[in-house]
Structures are given as C-alpha cells and as structure tokens.
Design a protein around this ligand. Structure first.
Ligand code: MG
Length: 297
C-alpha cells in the first residue's frame, strides 16, 4: 500500500440529509469549521438539488454564502457539493465550488426512485455536466449507487457495475465512488468487485462509499484497502442513511475509519480527538443518535 489515503467527509450532505434533526446554516458552518480544524481535507458541504426534492439540502446555497463571506479555505482543503444536473452545476460554480459530485445508480429501480430517471438518462446528464466541467476546470466525481446490493433488485452483478463505471469514466468522471448505499455488501463481494474493476479502471479512479447497516462497513473498507483502494467516504459520527433506501443506516463514521487507518499504519494528519469532539457536540447539542464506536467514549 503506497500513498496517502483520502477520506471524503460526507456528513454535511449524505449524513444530515437523512437525519430528522434540523441543522441550521450556523450548525453546518460550525461542523465544517471543526472538520477542517480536525484536519479533514475533502469535505462535501451539501447538494444543489431542488429543496422540493430534498428539503434539508435547501440551505446549501446559504451555507456557501456564509463560507465565502467568513472563511478562508486553505489550498489543501477541497470543498465539494453534489449536483444533479447542469442547473445544479451552475449554482455550485456560482458559489465558488471547483469540485462537484454527480450520481447514478447500478439498478434501474433505485435510479427511478432516487433520481427519477433511467440509468441511461442519468448518464446523459452526467455527460453534459462533465462537458461543462471541462470548460470551467471543475473536478467531477461520481457516485455509483447500489453498486453491491439493491433493496429492490438484490445482489448487483459486477458486469453491470463495470459497464456503468466505464461510461462514467469516459464521460470525464475523475473518481467513481462504488457505493454500498444500503450497507448490504460483504468483504468477499468487495474483493471480487475491486479485482475485476481494477482490470479495466485504475484503482486511483475508484473510491468506496460504505453504509454501516450490518456492521460491515469497516471490514469492507479494510478489504478494499488491502486490494489497493486509496479513497474512502465517511461521515462524522456515522450520520445519515438514505431516504429512498429503506432500512439503510448512516455512513461509516469518520472517527472509526481514522482508527482503522491508524491501525493499518496509514499516516494522515487527522486529529482524532478533535473529530470525536464534533460527534460529542452532535450528541449533546443536536441530540442526534450516532452509530460510531468512538463517539461512545
Ligand atoms: Mg450514501
């Protein structure tokens, strides 16, 4: 294993979009500042979707305004947001973002439910966004949802995932997040997926996005890490779930992922104590029920 492992903090987007607790702009700003001060360098701050579709994300433009007004972001820190279409891209760009994420799904049923279009249509949208991104020098990563197990269609074949991942890559998506959206993947599935995908797509373009529904997030991450994956998504405290994926739990907790990486002698500059303080704040001030192991202490 060589190189530094990248952690993308998705608590402010994937996390809070599925919490019943309301997070004000000030709450989000506070969390963001604390995440940066804990040493996180890749942070997804929200999404530029219609508030009708995802009410909790309606505050993303206000959060960006506050960030632009009152925070100096160092060059080492990359903020990003999810954009569903070109309109979202334009809004995110106008708010100063140079890194964005798009989304598609490995199964038609989830695509229809989550983004209200077919996989093919979502790939068309991704192509348009990537075209614009090239022009404006914006980095695009892409979530490939339901890459392992779908609540509607069961176990998803590697062939299907690879086919869509290759289309995403040729559209210009720089990093493809294989997403275990419902947390149903197993280490065996992960190792087989990574092995087959790596024959077609360099692992430097792959990341793993795990939910911890059945406690398999860390074993799956360890498996992918040992197979050469160097980029992982996580959310502070293990916030989140998925509103269109019944029964799914939050993302793997950032502090638990950091403990795993430290245990694997993967160096990074993250301050674990500062991270757990954010989780403590979420528990005591926002009364959020957290799933992370480290937040128990
Ligand atoms: Mg997710």
């Amino acid at each position: 294993m060589a190189g530094k492992i990248k952690i993308l903090e998705v608590g402010l987007r994937d996390g809070i979009q599925n919490e019943n607790v309301h997070f004000t702009v000030s709450d989000r700003f506070y969390i963001l500042k604390k995440l940066i001060s804990a040493g996180l360098q890749h942070i997804e701050v929200g999404s530029f979707v219609s508030p009708k579709v995802m009410p909790s994300m309606g505050l993303t433009p206000s959060l960006m305004k506050k960030i632009n007004r009152s925070l100096t972001i160092s060059k080492n820190v990359e903020l990003s947001a999810l954009v569903p279409n070109e309109r979202g891209f334009d809004m995110a760009f106008d708010h100063g973002l140079k890194s964005m994420a798009v989304m598609t799904s490995a199964t038609e049923s989830f695509s229809k439910k989550n983004i209200n279009c077919s996989i093919e249509e979502s790939l068309e949208r991704i192509k348009l966004i990537c075209k614009k991104a090239r022009r404006f020098r914006v980095r695009i990563r892409g979530y490939l949802s339901m890459a392992f197990v779908c609540p509607y269609e069961g176990v998803v074949s590697v062939r299907k995932v690879l086919n869509i991942a290759e289309k995403m890559k040729s559209a210009g998506v720089k990093e493809i997040a294989l997403s275990d959206t419902v947390g149903g993947a197993t280490p065996l599935q992960v190792s087989s997926m990574i092995e087959k995908i790596s024959k077609k797509i360099p692992l430097s373009h792959i990341s793993l996005h795990c939910h911890n529904t059945r406690g398999m997030a860390l074993p799956n991450i360890l498996t992918a890490l040992n197979a050469g994956v160097q980029s992982f998504d996580s959310s502070i405290g293990g916030l989140g779930g998925c509103p269109y994926a019944p029964g799914s739990a939050g993302n793997v907790a950032t502090e638990d992922l950091v403990v795993l990486l430290q245990g694997m002698k993967q160096k990074n500059s993250i301050d674990l104590k500062k991270l757990t303080q954010i989780s403590h704040w979420l528990k005591t001030k926002k009364k959020v029920c957290l799933s992370s192991y480290m937040s128990r202490y």
